[in-house]
Design a protein around this ligand. Structure first.
Ligand code: ADP
Length: 336
């Protein structure tokens, strides 16, 4: 009987390996005309557990074993190996081009400057720009997998103290990433669980803009502490960010929104402020939607210039650093 059950379980695959060979099955009990499978898993999400139980039940039933099946999953006690990530925060936007990745980058570096251990996961499959913002070149990327002593683990690339993994590391420059939800989920799961993050106080996740299937897949994979929204103030941007708010507030995927940042709020010339995209659009929207207003960032040539150079602007410009430190502190306060 045991062999038959094990054979069935070999059809259940996690991260390219079956659960018997990856040693996740700790015990199989069929002593009472009932099959109880004990599994030990690292950091499973509810969604992941449910799917696994479904797969296991189906595989056993397919072998014509008719006993009732019970799957018990416990968290693996691998404290020494297990990466500990205290806070996972995602940065999201309704539209592309509003500065989401720039803000994720500079929040990550500000957190490092505040003394935290920080990771940055670029999950923006539509335009993974984190490698550019940290000037990470193709030759740097080849070292992510090959040099890790455990071949299943990926080494993040470390820049300015931030441990970075990007979906862009695994596609060639200029090549579109045309993955469907399940593929994205698979890669994202590997990034989360097979990256050698070590201990992190914060993992910042740069989500793709907008709403959709990809977001649902990504959100089901991680227990987020919260979402930081980024928008500019014109109606067309607010219209889309409104949809994002709706998505994060859907009961089945509910994720707390920590607040919203207004980017490119104004630019200053001859000591006068010009509100290119409308004044206080995001601030007013935050009141209407009962969202915390995290802060505003002006439109500044320096921000664009440094991001093109691959240097986080907070490292070079004190005025912007102070703005980002204020924003980052507001986000931390929202967590508590
Ligand atoms: P998204 O991630 O929302 O698509 P990015 O972060 O890639 O947007 O930003 C788009 C462009 O706008 C980049 O060139 C970036 O340097 C620039 N940018 C972002 N925020 C500002 C700002 N406050 N002032 C000037 N340029 C900005």
């Amino acid at each position: 009987m045991k062999e038959k059950i094990e054979k069935a379980l070999k059809n259940v695959i996690i991260n390219d390996n079956n659960i018997i060979e990856s040693d996740l099955v700790k015990k199989i009990d069929w002593s009472n005309k009932k099959i109880i499978i004990y599994l030990s898993l690292d950091n499973p999400t509810m969604h992941f557990k449910k799917k696994l139980i479904r797969d296991i039940t189906l595989s056993i039933k397919n072998k014509n074993i008719l006993y009732p099946i019970c799957v018990k999953i416990e968290e693996a006690n691998t404290k020494k190996m297990k990466p500990i990530i205290k806070n996972i925060i995602a940065v999201a936007s309704g539209k592309g081009g509003v500065g989401k990745s720039t803000i994720a980058t500079n929040i990550a570096v500000s957190l490092v400057q505040m003394g935290f251990h920080v990771g940055l996961l670029d999950a923006d499959i539509y335009g993974p720009s984190i490698p550019l913002m940290f000037d990470i070149k193709e030759k740097d990327i080849s070292s992510t997998r090959s040099h890790h002593p455990n071949h299943r683990m990926i080494n993040p690339i470390i820049r300015y103290g931030v441990k970075i993994i990007s979906i862009g590391f695994f596609s060639k420059y200029g090549e579109a990433i045309v993955w469907r939800g399940p593929m994205v989920t698979k890669v994202f799961r590997q990034f989360m669980h097979q990256t050698d993050w070590g201990e992190l106080d914060f993992l910042i996740v740069d989500l793709p803009p907008g709403t959709g299937d990809i977001h649902l897949s990504l959100l089901q994979e991680i227990s987020l502490k919260g979402i930081v929204l980024v928008s500019t103030s014109q109606k067309i941007a607010l219209y889309d960010v409104n949809r994002s708010v709706g998505m994060f507030r859907i009961e089945s995927i509910y994720v707390p929104i920590l607040g919203i940042i207004e980017n490119m709020s104004y630019f200053i010339q001859n000591e006068k402020k010009y509100f290119l995209f409308g004044k206080d659009g995001v601030k007013n929207f935050s009141k209407e939607m009962n969202l915390f207003f995290i802060g505003e960032i002006p439109l500044l040539q320096n921000i664009q210039e440094y991001s093109d150079l691959g240097i986080p602007v907070v490292l070079e410009n004190d005025y912007i650093r102070n703005i980002f430190i204020g924003i980052t502190k507001n986000i931390i306060n929202q967590l508590s």
